[in-house]
Design a protein around this ligand. Structure first.
Ligand SMILES: Cc1cc2nc3c(=O)[nH]c(=O)nc-3n(C[C@H](O)[C@H](O)[C@H](O)COP(=O)(O)OP(=O)(O)OC[C@H]3O[C@@H](n4cnc5c(N)ncnc54)[C@H](O)[C@@H]3O)c2cc1C
Length: 478
């Protein structure tokens, strides 16, 4: 389904209507729902073709028209919206900044946008290293406040200048430093969540006794605590056996959080739930101290596979990040107006791949010790041909700028080559990473397809993008 540049509203609305019928939504219910929604005076309700068209897209390949958009201005209005949707059996889809890559924020649903009014920082408690925020707060905006206290919310997806903390928690985001800081789920201390029947849950970490007290409550909350405990108790061994033991896992409900500890926080089940269990109203999040002592090696390889094979051996040095870029990015960065000076500053010769290995320490002595040991290891064990050490904030910023702009450079290849993100974000145990990547490269090269590799080598999450030359770029546009 494509929306032409010049939107023909009538045709577009007719098409949306046809799609609603096809998706099984009762159009009489929908009409009543929309009529009643318009009574919610203090919030924004949008049903015009242009807005529906805008919200039909996110950062994924998909495009699906929503039923209507609600931008709640306050909790009371949000409750009214959810009650109405419940009454008329209309699906609800919460939305942050819609940078999800797998179509999570587009559907034939009533889309509720939290970015405009639910974006307040409620509390930053520096003494106890936590904050309470509304879901629509953008991660970098929050961190600009937290850094005044020497703290930060550590998960750092590449979209951190847009990604909301609600979206990050609900799709369990993480980023370049996940080997040190884990994922969003690891920083959830408590959530206030709205369920579709209007129940509001406040969650926190509980002892088995405290959980049992919750089970004794004779309402929906008590029932949820009872049923949830039964699911975990009845299926603990199946959960243990079935859940993959990888450092980054975001698919499915995180039931494995509840089998290795008897301190349970119901809030964690919402992390990774993609909005299917309830709406986050507030989040109590863990904050980490900002490391003052940092250094990064840019380890250069003449062979991409050598870089991948060596990652596992670097982990015992406890880096905060090991990020890979390959020659496909360097071919573009050399030519890009703003990145060419950074390329010239950081890249030695023509590597097939680099690994940026960054260390965060609590003292200068610790940093000196780590960098000395690691550089000794590189000298004696690595196939790398160069490994400049970056120490100043300017050098480190330059390195991250090249890394963070990598995808944009690849997507904007003037030759028209399009790296396709359909085997993105596979989490592979490090001991199998080289074997897996080699198999993918073999499949692609047997079909004459080039392959781009980059990203979070430290946790076995390499973005593997087969690169395809688009037809339109081959046809001259006279
Ligand atoms: C170029 C690019 C690079 C990326 N890099 C990374 C990366 O390094 N690491 C990574 O993890 N991800 C990455 N992503 C994916 C995405 O940007 C992140 O996961 C981001 O954290 C999503 O935040 P968001 O505000 O856009 O959430 P959205 O996409 O709006 O929503 C995410 C999920 O949360 C749900 N949701 C939103 N708000 C609420 C709420 N209040 N209550 C309940 N559910 C809610 C939505 O329904 C959806 O299922 C990348 C995406 C792009 C386009």
């Amino acid at each position: 389904m494509l929306i032409s540049n010049k939107i023909d509203s009538t045709a577009y609305l007719c098409r949306i209507r046809r799609e609603k019928i096809m998706s099984g939504i009762d159009t009489k219910h929908l009409d009543k729902f929309l009529e009643k929604l318009s009574d919610i005076a203090t919030s924004e309700i949008k049903t015009d073709a242009l807005t529906l068209g805008l919200y039909a897209t996110d950062a994924s390949l998909y495009q699906v028209a929503p039923l209507a958009i609600g931008i709640p201005g306050c909790l009371q209005d949000l409750l009214k919206m959810v009650n109405l949707a419940n009454e008329y059996n209309i699906p609800i889809l919460p939305r942050g900044s819609a940078t999800s890559l797998a179509g999570q924020t587009v559907n034939h649903a009533f889309v509720i946008d939290f970015t405009k009014y639910f974006d307040n920082i409620i509390e930053i408690n520096a003494a106890e290293s936590y904050a309470i925020v509304q879901p629509g707060v953008v991660r970098d905006t929050f961190n600009r406040e937290a850094q005044k206290y020497g703290l930060h919310y550590a998960p750092d997806p590449a979209t951190s200048s847009r990604a909301t903390i609600g979206g990050m928690i609900t799709n369990n985001s993480s980023g370049t430093k996940s080997i040190k800081y884990g994922m969003s789920i690891d920083h959830v201390l408590g959530l206030r969540v709205l369920l579709t029947d209007g129940t509001i849950l406040d969650t926190e970490t509980l002892t088995p006794e405290q959980w049992h007290h919750k089970c004794l409550i004779n309402d929906r909350e008590g029932q949820i605590y009872r049923d949830f405990r039964k699911v975990i108790y009845d299926h603990a061994s199946a959960i243990e056996a079935a859940f993959p033991k990888v450092k980054r896992r975001v698919q499915g409900y995180a039931l494995d959080q509840y089998i290795h500890s008897d301190r349970w926080n119901l809030g964690k089940i919402f992390s990774g739930s993609e909005g299917t269990l309830g709406i986050i109203l507030e989040a109590k999040i863990n904050l980490e101290p900002i490391s003052k002592y940092k250094a990064s090696f840019t380890v250069h390889y003449a062979d991409r596979m050598d870089a991948i094979r060596e990652v596992n051996q670097m982990i015992p040095f406890e880096p905060a990040a090991v990020e890979m870029l390959d020659f496909n990015v360097f071919e573009q960065s050399k030519k890009n107006h703003s990145l060419a000076p950074i390329h010239a500053q950081l890249i030695v010769g023509d590597p097939q791949a680099t690994l940026s290995v960054e260390f965060f320490c609590l003292s200068q002595d610790e940093l000196d010790k780590k960098t000395t040991e690691f550089s000794q290891w590189l000298k004696t064990n690595s196939k790398a041909y160069a490994y400049p050490l970056l120490l100043t904030p300017t050098e480190l910023d330059a390195m991250w700028s090249l890394r963070k702009n990598g995808l944009g450079l690849l997507m904007g290849d003037p030759a028209g080559r399009k790296p396709l993100p359909f085997i993105e974000d596979m989490a592979i145990p490090l001991e199998h990473l080289a074997e897996y990547i080699q198999a993918v490269l073999d499949i692609c090269s047997s079909r004459g397809v080039e392959t781009i590799l980059y990203a979070h080598a430290s946790v076995g999450v390499l973005h593997v993008r087969p690169a395809w030359m688009s037809q339109s770029s081959m046809i001259s546009t006279s």
